[in-house]
Each structure stands twice: as structure tokens, then as C-alpha cells.
Design a protein around this ligand. Structure first.
Ligand SMILES: *Cc1c(COP(=O)(O)O)cnc(C)c1O
Length: 496
């Protein structure tokens, strides 16, 4: 068949595509080269940033695409925060694997719609294989169901709704909560991520249906209190749906006693979910494997390839032991879909999750896993943990730092000047405001990036290493910087 090329302002002929693409890749390669000598962030205010962007209104006419690309490149390379910078240890955002970035380009140019098999024949199979590999990676049943989603929140939401379907009344899906005579509740520890509140709201249980269980001194759920609360609720006529255990909490990296939680869930016939968005990949490090004992007993596990598998945003994943539960939860067959399932193994991902049209998120995960291999991950994750312990030790040894907690690859510590003569209560108050202000200054100054955690009432600086560029040297530099800035700030605050 012959085609007559239609002239449009959007297409790029192969020559221009190559030209712009090469220019873009060249500049990105330069960025990778220069990254360690750049600031982590510029510290510019949002109004300054807006100034650089300009306030032009909607463009009416088109612009040369090379110019558009160059402008985007300049704006982004000069005014971004780089989580791929060796001294970025904030929150839980990994340095992005460069091959993952190239994968995203490939994914978006082929542009499969991974909602339906017929629209994405190879991409669907690649996603299926990626899910199987992720399950194998963490030692979960490789025959489980699963789906790639945007991140940890969406992964946990997906599991929440699946648990509601599996454990709730059989006619819940048809009748809705209002028609069902049941009071559903879910359980999680105090250190659970905020997604649980969004989920309780979104899926109609309401915030009061979340039972927050107290934690022990190292932030793990108190299983005795969990069991007690469940028994009391059952007596009062509540219906427990799920227990959420955390595999690496966001503040301190604590891992709940998964095996003990699994026992409680089994005894009371409750869905056992693990939020392993951050920490679960650490199970590949043999020294950490014991921490995750009981993981394979979970009904569902959330994990985030865009955290400790170093994939570029966005990539989250939910694994559900019984694949049928996902289908029961999400499938429907409206008249306008005619996706025959001739080949019984064909799979339409729209039937397994919340999205309909779906991008090809799994490609970057699939490609990076092959580049690195399980062994490569074991090595990098172990190094991240070692670096985090090293940071903790540096804080322990320093006369002006107090090391507070260390678990997985998260350390917390705070700046404590050596000339404080305040009484206990006043002292803690001062230290909290000093460290809060210090963190703010560190973040704005842009030489390194830490975030915060409140541990036992102490406002702490927090470093989380999910960064394959960080070295021991960076940790030393970070400590020096914190102490130097802490000294200056303390002096200033005392003068006021
Ligand atoms: C990061 C994280 C989340 C949220 O994940 P997103 O990818 O940011 O949506 C939820 N739970 C835990 C334990 C996390 O570490």
C-alpha cells in the first residue's frame, strides 16, 4: 500500500527526529558527566523559578522543535533538584538508572496501550514477565497476579480494594457499602504511610475504620496490641478486612515482624498486606533476609521499582497471591469492548487494576533488571545499607552530632551544640527548632539534600540511601557540612 505523506505541524521526519534526538542525548550525557560537580538543587524560590519560565500565554503558532527541546533542556538542567546526585539522600527517591530513561523513550515511541493485549501484544507479555521477576526477586510466589502502577500509593490502593472484595460481603461489589450491614475495619501501625487514610476515604470505609496500632521503641507494630484490638473489634461486631504490615517504614526503615503478623491474620482470617514500597528489595541481601521472614505468607505485597530498584519515576507494583481476586475486583465487560480471549493466557491489564489506557511502565523495570541482575542488586543494596551505617557511625563519633536511629538504608541524627546549658524541656524544644531550621538551610543551600524524621519526639535529620552514586566520601562531606552549618546557625539563634 502506498501512503501519501500528510503535512502536519506535529510529525518529525526521520532526519529531524535523529537530529533532535542526538542533540538531546548528547546534552543528557553531558549532564550525567557533570552531575557530581553540580549543586543538588539551586535553592531558588518558586517565584524566581517562575521568572525563568516566563509568563507567556498559550502559544498560537508553532515553534521549531529543536528550539523547543533546547529550551526545555536548559530550563531543566539549570533549575532542577537532582535525585541522581551523589549527595541526594532525601525522602525515598532513587537515583534513576540511565538505561531506564532510555527505556522510557523506547516505550513512548512504540506507545503500546498496555490496557489490552490486542493493543500491546509484546508489551503485555513483557509486563507479565516483569511481574514474575519481581515476585522471584523478593521470594514471593512467581505465579501470583500483579500489575505495574504509578507508585506505592497506587499499589497499596489496589491491594486495599482487592482485600475489600475478597474479605467483604460477596454482594458488596453490586450493592455498595451503604446497602451492606457490616462495619469494616483495617489495621496498621502508627508508622504506616499516609496512603492508608486516602484509601480508607476513597474506598468508602472512612478514616474511623483505620485502627492505628502503637509501635515499639524501634517503630515496629506491637503485635500483642494488634491481636488485642482485633479481638475487641470482633466482639463488638466489627468486620476486620485487612492488616497492613510495613516492610521498611518511611521514617526510620523499621520492618514489622511479618511472621507474627501473618500468624494473627491466619488465626482471625484477615487479609495480610505488606507495604514494602521502600524496603522489600533488601530481602535479596542474605544478612537482611531474616528481617523479612513471613513475607511469602502475605496475600499482597506492594513494592516500588522507582525506589530501591533505581528505576526512573514512575514505577510501582502490586503483587497479589490469588490473581483471581484482582480480576474479581476490577473486571467488567461493557459492550464496547470486544477482546476475545481466544488464547486463554492472553491478558488484559485493564481487568487487573484501576487504569484503563495504560503506558508501558514495565519496560524500564524489565530492561534495568536485565542490565543489573539479581546479584548486581544484592551488591548495590548491601552497599547502600553499609553507607547508611557509615553515616550513622560518623554521627555517633562526632561530638556535636547525636545518632538516633539506623535501619535498612535510613539513618537519623541531629545536631547538638556542646555549649547548651538549658533544662531538659527547654533544651529539647530548642534542639527541635534548631534542627528544623538547619534542615531548611541545608536544603536551600543545595550542597547536599537530607529530609527529616521525628523519632521519639526528636526532630532529626534523615538520610536515606537508595542512590548508586553515593560514596563514603560523600558521607564525610555531608557530616562536615551539617556541623559547619549547625555551628553558624546555633551562634545566630543564641544571639537573638
Ligand atoms: C514511598 C512509600 C509509599 C508511597 O509510595 P509512592 O511511590 O510515593 O506513591 C508508601 N509506603 C511506603 C512504605 C513508602 O516507602
Amino acid at each position: 500500500m502506498q501512503t501519501i505523506e500528510r503535512k502536519t505541524p506535529i510529525n518529525l521526519d526521520s532526519r529531524s527526529f535523529r537530529q533532535i534526538g542526538h542533540a538531546m542525548v548528547d546534552r543528557l550525557a553531558l549532564l550525567l558527566e557533570e552531575l557530581p560537580s553540580k549543586q543538588v538543587t539551586t535553592g531558588e524560590s518558586s517565584s524566581e523559578i517562575r521568572g525563568f519560565l516566563g509568563s507567556s500565554s498559550l502559544p498560537l503558532e508553532g515553534t521549531d522543535p529543536m528550539k523547543v527541546m533546547e529550551r526545555a533542556m536548559t530550563l531543566l538542567t539549570e533549575h532542577s533538584l537532582y535525585n541522581g546526585h551523589p549527595r541526594f539522600l532525601g525522602y525515598i527517591t532513587s537515583a534513576p538508572a540511565p538505561l531506564g530513561a532510555l527505556a522510557d523513550l523506547l516505550a513512548s515511541l512504540v506507545n503500546p496501550n498496555v490496557g489490552a493485549h490486542v493493543l500491546s501484544p509484546m508489551a503485555t507479555e513483557i509486563e507479565r514477565q516483569t511481574i514474575q521477576w519481581l515476585a522471584e526477586f523478593i521470594g514471593y510466589d512467581p505465579g501470583c497476579g500483579g500489575i505495574l502502577v504509578s507508585g506505592g500509593n497506587m499499589a497499596n490502593f489496589t491491594a486495599f480494594l482487592a482485600a475489600r472484595t475478597a474479605m467483604g460481603s460477596p454482594d458488596l461489589k453490586e450493592k455498595g457499602l451503604a446497602e451492606i450491614d457490616a462495619r469494616y475495619v483495617v489495621y496498621c501501625s502508627r508508622s504506616t504511610h499516609t496512603w492508608i487514610e486516602k484509601a480508607a476515604n476513597l474506598f468508602g470505609l472512612g478514616l474511623n475504620a483505620v485502627r492505628w496500632i502503637e509501635t515499639d521503641e524501634v517503630n515496629r507494630v506491637r503485635v500483642d496490641l494488634l491481636e488485642k484490638q482485633i479481638s475487641e473489634d470482633e466482639k463488638k461486631g466489627f468486620t476486620p478486612l485487612m492488616v497492613v504490615a510495613t516492610g521498611g517504614d518511611v521514617s526510620t526503615g523499621a520492618v514489622d515482624n511479618l511472621d507474627a503478623v501473618a500468624d494473627v491474620c491466619k488465626e482471625h482470617e484477615i487479609w495480610f498486606h505488606i507495604d514494602g514500597a521502600y524496603g522489600v528489595p533488601a530481602v535479596v541481601v542474605p544478612e537482611c533476609a531474616d528481617l523479612f521472614k513471613g513475607l511469602q505468607r502475605a496475600d499482597s505485597v506492594a513494592l516500588d521499582p522507582h525506589k530501591w530498584l533505581y528505576c526512573p519515576l514512575e514505577a510501582g507494583c502490586i503483587l497479589v497471591k490469588d490473581r483471581k481476586t484482582l480480576i474479581d475486583t476490577f473486571t467488567s465487560h461493557p459492550d464496547y469492548y470486544h477482546f476475545d480471549d481466544e488464547d486463554r493466557s492472553a491478558q488484559n491489564f485493564y481487568e487487573l487494576g484501576l487504569q484503563n489506557s495504560r503506558g508501558f511502565r514495565s519496560l524500564k523495570v524489565w530492561m534495568v533488571i536485565q542490565q543489573v541482575g539479581k546479584q548486581g542488586y544484592e551488591e548495590m543494596i548491601r552497599q547502600d545499607i553499609e553507607l547508611s551505617r557509615f553515616l550513622f557511625e560518623l554521627a555517633e563519633k562526632h561530638p556535636k552530632l547525636q545518632a538516633v536511629s539506623q535501619s535498612l538504608s535510613i539513618s537519623t541524627f541531629r545536631f547538638v551544640p556542646d555549649d547548651l546549658s538549658l533544662q531538659e524541656e527547654e533544651r529539647e524544644e530548642y534542639l527541635n527548632s534548631l534542627n528544623r531550621e538547619l534542615l531548611d538551610r541545608i536544603q536551600k543551600e543545595g550542597q547536599c539534600f537530607l529530609s527529616n524524621a521525628v523519632v521519639g519526639g526528636k526532630y532529626c535529620l534523615r538520610g536515606c540511601v537508595v542512590n548508586f552514586r553515593t560514596s563514603h566520601r560523600d558521607m564525610g562531606d555531608i557530616v562536615d557540612l551539617v556541623v559547619q552549618m549547625g555551628n553558624t546557625l546555633h551562634k545566630k539563634m543564641r544571639e537573638i
